[in-house]
Structures are given as structure tokens and as C-alpha cells.
Design a protein around this ligand. Structure first.
Ligand code: SF4
Length: 363
């Protein structure tokens, strides 16, 4: 298959659903397959994939949305950056309405703070170049997918000799979070639909230690309905055969080695660090920090940022949603106090958030 429409072919997807039904009859117990990619989460809700599956094949959404896993303390730092009139805070649009402990970037912008939406970190570098008297702080969040572009922006700022470009870095790497989730007996995961975008960078080999350590099948899967259904078929085939291998369903974009250029750029700029994840807490080695020799670009090291005391909204249950332990529909605030127009938590704000996907397609 070559064109997008072919991966949305109803007859093909129906046949796959029938095959999954047949395979599921041979299961000795229900299986729980987790996706850890916000685009997969959206796709699963948008195309009603769950409704095509038998009861004993369950899909569980994990911490795949980069905005959602960014902790409230980071939002407080971003909000604190807006307080200094010398600063321009540059960010992807999804971050604007994520609530911090006391405010959001949207609220601060309404009060007059200089917060600008950019579509690439290089736009933020251009902003710094055009405004030498201002300090441009780019909010560097996301997984291995965005980290190379943010690393490239720091290299570009170095090339241009800029001294007014900073990154507030909170990058996360996926395999360590997957390790934590796999070890959780409450989740009892049976397999992973491994993330596609992340895997284009890190390669499918990155999941082999996980598959070997926990004997859990892993299939790197694409985003279209036929991709997801085939990924589920491949996971089921492994479960039924008692196997636990890494396979690539999304071979039109993902290789075993990933993208060596992107990996080299990341290695030039970042080093592994401990990272705090919303819902999962502090995970050793699961983040990327700017290297000490590039500390002049590191907003946390180069600037004084006072985020104040961190306060989570106790009513929001994003943490449990991100761990796959709570369906958005079971949060008492879902679609009542918490809607995309008036979000209480990050999972309802981001276009890739599980609560947002459930609100848009699942009600
Ligand atoms: Fe948080 Fe809203 Fe999701 Fe509930 S529905 S977990 S309040 S984002």
C-alpha cells in the first residue's frame, strides 16, 4: 500500500477486525496493549478502534502526549519567565492553556506578557536574532521527536553568535518510562504499540532491552486505522505464540537504527538526566539536559527563574490517566467542569491528550 486512503480502507479494516476476533478466541486471558504516543491515542479514538476489538483485547493509553507529561512545576517556571519585561517566551501553541499552579501562559499573555507561538525552535532563534535587546526563551518540551530540532536551534544560535537565546529544557525519553509502566503489576501490560514518531529517531532497536527484560511483545506501529489494526494483529500473534520480540509494522518510516543524524545532533547538545513526569514522578535517566559547555543557552542555569511553590489541582486526575489507570470517562470532572474550552488539566488541553481525544471522539 502506498497512499493514505488505502490505510483507511473500510473493507480491509473490517477483515482485520474479523481476524483479531478469531485470534482473540484462542487467548487464555484478556490482554492489555498500551500505546505511548499521543497521535496513536487520537487515531484510536478518532477511528473507533476500540469498538472493533473483542472484550478480551483491551487498549490502554499511556503517557504519550508531550504536553501532558510536562509537570506543573515546569509550567510555573514558564509562567515565571513572562514576569520579566526583557523576556519573550516562545512556545508551541499547545502549551498556552496548560494550567500552572497559579496561572497559565494564556492568562499572562492576556495581562500583557510577551508570549509568542512559534512553529519551530528555529523560529525562536530568528526571533532572538531580530530582537537583540530582548531575551528569547523557548519552551523545549517533548520526546525524542522534537529534541533534535531543539538541539539544532542551539547549534544555530551558536553559529549566529547569539547571546539572547535560551531553552527552558524539559525533554523526555520514552523507553525508561515504558520500563516503569511494564513493571507495574496493576497495569499487567501484555504488549506495546510502540510510538512511531519517536521511533523514526531512536529506531526500533531501542525497545529490545524492554522486550527481553519483561518478555513483552513490542510492535512499532503507524497511525492509520489499518496500521493500528495490523499492529494489534502482530501483538496478538506474538502473545499466542508465547513470543516477546520487537517488530516493525510501520516499516515505511521506521528502521531498526533510527535516524543517525538526529541522534548525533542530540548527542552534541544533550546529556541524559533525571526528569520529572506528570503522573509518573521523577524517573532517573529519563530526560535530556543541555550539556554544561552549552549552559549559556540553558534558561534554568543562565537566568534567575523563581517559579514559586508548586501546587497541583487535587481534583484533576491526569496522573492516573497518563499511567493508564483511569479512563477519562471515569474522571468526575470529565465533560462537566473540565472541557477543551475550560480545561482543568493538561490532558484536556493538548490536541494529543487522552481526555481531549475522549471528549472529541469518544462521547
Ligand atoms: Fe484532568 Fe480534566 Fe482529564 Fe479529569 S478530565 S483527568 S480533570 S484533564
Amino acid at each position: 500500500m502506498k497512499f493514505q486512503d488505502e490505510f483507511r480502507d473500510r473493507e480491509l479494516v473490517r477483515n482485520m477486525a474479523a481476524n483479531i476476533q478469531r485470534m482473540a478466541q484462542r487467548l487464555s486471558k484478556p490482554v492489555n496493549f498500551m500505546e505511548v504516543c499521543g497521535t496513536h491515542t487520537m487515531s484510536i479514538y478518532q477511528f473507533g478502534i476500540r469498538s472493533l476489538l473483542p472484550e478480551n483485547v483491551r487498549l490502554v493509553s499511556g503517557p504519550g502526549c508531550p504536553v501532558c507529561v510536562t509537570p506543573v512545576g515546569y509550567m510555573d517556571k514558564a509562567v515565571a519567565c513572562t514576569a520579566d519585561a526583557r523576556n519573550i517566551v516562545a512556545t508551541f501553541g499547545d502549551m498556552l492553556r496548560v494550567p500552572g499552579s497559579r496561572s497559565s501562559l494564556m492568562e499572562e499573555r492576556a495581562k500583557g506578557a510577551d508570549v509568542r507561538i512559534v512553529y519551530s525552535p528555529l523560529d525562536a532563534v530568528a526571533l532572538a536574532n531580530a530582537n537583540p535587546e530582548r531575551r528569547v526563551i523557548f519552551l523545549g518540551i517533548g520526546f525524542e521527536t522534537t529534541a533534535p530540532t531543539i538541539a539544532a536551534s542551539i547549534l544555530e544560535a551558536t553559529r549566529l553568535g547569539l547571546s539572547n537565546y535560551y531553552v527552558l529544557a524539559s525533554h523526555k525519553t520514552m523507553p525508561i518510562a515504558m520500563d516503569l509502566l511494564t513493571a507495574d503489576p496493576d497495569l499487567a501490560l501484555s504488549g506495546y504499540l510502540c510510538p512511531a514518531h519517536v521511533s523514526t529517531v531512536i529506531g526500533a532497536n531501542a525497545y529490545k532491552p524492554l522486550a527481553e527484560k519483561y518478555h513483552i511483545p513490542c510492535v512499532v506501529t503507524g497511525f492509520e486505522p489499518a496500521d493500528v489494526m495490523q499492529g494489534i494483529e502482530m501483538l496478538l500473534a506474538q502473545v499466542l505464540a508465547g513470543e516477546s520480540r520487537v517488530e516493525i509494522q510501520y516499516s515505511r518510516a521506521v528502521s531498526w537504527e533510527g535516524n543517525p543524524k538526529a541522534q548525533t545532533i542530540m548527542e552534541r547538545v544533550f546529556v541524559p538526566c533525571d526528569a520529572s513526569w506528570r503522573g509518573l514522578g521523577m524517573l532517573p535517566g529519563s530526560g535530556l539536559a543541555i550539556k554544561p559547555e552549552l549552559a549559556r543557552f540553558d534558561a534554568e542555569k543562565a537566568l534567575e527563574i523563581d517559579p514559586g511553590e508548586e501546587r497541583e489541582n487535587p481534583a484533576c486526575r491526569c496522573g492516573e490517566v497518563l499511567k493508564g489507570k483511569l479512563s477519562p470517562f471515569d474522571c468526575p470532572l470529565f465533560s462537566t467542569a473540565c472541557t477543551p474550552e475550560s480545561p482543568v488539566g493538561a490532558c484536556m488541553v493538548s490536541s494529543e491528550g487522552t481526555c481531549s481525544a475522549a471528549y472529541k471522539y469518544g462521547r
